[in-house]
Design a protein around this ligand. Sequence first.
Ligand code: HEC
Length: 511
Amino acid sequence: MLRPRYCFCILCAALAAALAVVLANMSPPSARAADQPGTKAPAAKAPAAKAPAGPVSFINDVAPILKESCFGCHGAKNPKGKLDMTRYTSLRHGGTKDDPIADGKPDDSYIIDVLTATGKKRMPPIDSGEALPKDKINLISRWIKEGAKLDANIKKDADLLRELRVRWQPPAPLAAYPFPVTITALAFTPDNKKLVVGGHHELNVFDPSTGKLEKRIRTRARRAMAMVFLPDGKLAVAGGRPGEEGDVRIYNIDGGKPTKVEAGVTYLDGVSDPGVMVKQLLDADDEVLCLALSADGKKLASGGCDRMVTVFDLSAGYDKVTTEASIENHADWVFSVAFSADGKQLYTSSRDKTAKVWDLATKESVLTFSAHQNTVYGVAVKADGKAGYSVGEDNQLRMWNTTGNNAGKPIRNVGAHGKAVLKLVAVPKKPMLITCSADGTVKVWNDNLGAVRSLTGFTDHVYAVAASPDGNLVAGGAFNGEVRVWNLADGKLVKDFNASPGLKVAAAPKK
Ligand code: HEC
């Protein structure tokens, strides 16, 4: 999802500079192209290490440095030099060499040797980036000098990524957004009357007929990447913080105790009110990008940046959710999941340029569809289970066989959009599909890929699209916070609004 959309005129440069100042001062949300799935953020200049006044803490001071600069190569899977730094025990065990740390003696510690080396021995390796800044090396030295101890409240073999994660606290909610929020997920409520839109560390509930904001539900996740309502009316949300953590949580958007009601907006706390955040199903090391519910409402599937596909069995209730399958077979991020009508198969798509079909009984892949030859952002299944649909970076909507000798063979494809097709949604109760694209349009298709209608008016990339459960309304959400709601039957615009609460500044100018 590259976004070659920036203009280099003086006005835009000035605005960009002004925006940069605003963002720098505001602890910004994800309103940056580089933050979107599909583009890895360029390595940001890391903040200087704060030297603690008291003893250096391993988990608070040292581990964040190792995570930032070393875990990429010295992680739990295939660590370089056989040195896994993601647990205190494995760090102290050493790799091909001994323990790189000599308690109390930084000068005798191999880790300090490699950090301060100037030649080939230097870590991180010279060809992979800058040396650690002096203040960080000094901090690690001081920790070693003070005895290289692990903090008392942590188990020696604890996963440090997890320990760092649980120490992180979501920021206080923004009263008014100083920037437009990028909409990466939205969903209609089961009664078709409200629209839940992902915000910055929150879920915002709007009346789609008026655009009025009615409820703000604070969340730990920085952004919601996918939402699906469960049969009992609770909302499953997947998301997280890019590169930091991922989650699937279940919210009761009508539960808990409001923290306040102000100007007609009800505020709920989905971080610590157990009446609102009912259950966490998944805790991952990176963002969870997609969700799907089986037709019988008993199974929920997720997939994400850690390449994992997880299927939860919800049939025994939230207290007894079990993981039915954990499938790790895509070579890259999993962007979408969809169940076959009978719930026996799961369709997935990935940045590894394939869509796959899984037999959930054997947990084996039964089909791989590779025609996109580029990132596949969305999959859907034909109601009769005989065909799959997929969309991707190649701008195409493709339909392919899933049964018999022709399984995996293309049926037809359409150049659906002028740019990458970012989402694909099957319309409930109707043999129709909806796509949205970086070209700023939302399109409706019949189940043979005949064009039904093109819904326009967005001025930015459309990242999210949803149909109401009764199949009558379509809503799209864009990079610049715009939401547009249409009647599916005649394509008439019902309402458009910006879903960034309290946004005052105008959205970025269009070229
Ligand atoms: C881009 C990948 C990369 C990064 C990032 C990286 N390392 Fe390494 N590291 C390596 C490789 C490759 C080796 C093996 C070198 C060898 O065997 O000659 C290694 C080996 C080591 C060893 C020796 C392990 C042993 O027992 O053989 C230490 C200690 C080490 N690295 C420390 C660090 C620290 C500390 C950081 C972070 C500041 C870091 N590395 C970041 C690639 C990396």
